[in-house]
Design a protein around this ligand. Sequence first.
Ligand code: NAD
Length: 251
Amino acid sequence: MSELAGKVAIVTGAAGGIGGAAVAHFLASGARVLAMDRAAAGLPAAAEGLLPFVGDVTDAEACVAAVARVTATWGALHVLFNTAGLSGRRYGDGPVHSCTEAGWDVVLNSNLKSVFLMCRAAIPALVSSGGGSIVNLSSVLGLVGGGDLFATHAYAASKAGIIGLTRAMASHYAPQRIRVNALCPGLVQTPMAARALADEATMEYVRRMQPLLGGPASPQQVAAAAAFLASDAAAAITGVVLPVDGGWSAQ
Ligand SMILES: NC(=O)c1ccc[n+]([C@@H]2O[C@H](COP(=O)([O-])OP(=O)(O)OC[C@H]3O[C@@H](n4cnc5c(N)ncnc54)[C@H](O)[C@@H]3O)[C@@H](O)[C@H]2O)c1
């Protein structure tokens, strides 16, 4: 595959399910990739065209350092895929009446402020590379309510915030040839989804809401959509909010 031949990319959350699948897909498609995560243990080892980078995307200096590392190594930056994020249930996220302020803050910082910080760090490098593509990972829960089974309201707000930020950036940076798009997966088979995947009532709901798949999406299916948006095949596409949800948001 040469879908991303010549592209230099940063993938955040690269030790995770979707980020890891994206690193593999981008490399196989001809890109060079800086794979960033705060969890050093889950990152792939350095290899031709692959730089592991340990850093926290809620830390503005780490975001700047990641971009500096990539431009010092490869002289350009064309693609930023923001996947780093978390489910805040264990920090106190939940339905609004019982969501803690600490839970709200952790989730908004980790899922939304982090995207702002990475985009802010990357934009000058994207501009000086002649333009590029930012792909932000939102969620179907940024588009529709999650009912009782997916009642994490700080998470939903963070993912809806990503959609607003994506569209605002898309309209503003288009003259500089920076495209900004968002992906909205339904349930994806990754470590983050472990609780949902292990709960029969939730899985019955997911099978109903994702009839195209009859279950969770694979991280590779999300990575493939990201690679398309990152590639020149999507050269005329910006500000798009693309569900990758097996039909969930179409119902
Ligand atoms: N799995 C799903 O069902 C699903 C559905 C919709 C959207 N998403 C979104 O997809 C993205 C990736 O999720 P995943 O399912 O691959 O989860 P995952 O838990 O497998 O991976 C997330 C990765 O992000 C990293 N990370 C978290 N906070 C970080 C920080 N502050 N700095 C650096 N790295 C950090 C984690 O260490 C982890 O490796 C998330 O933004 C998530 O909200 C997931």
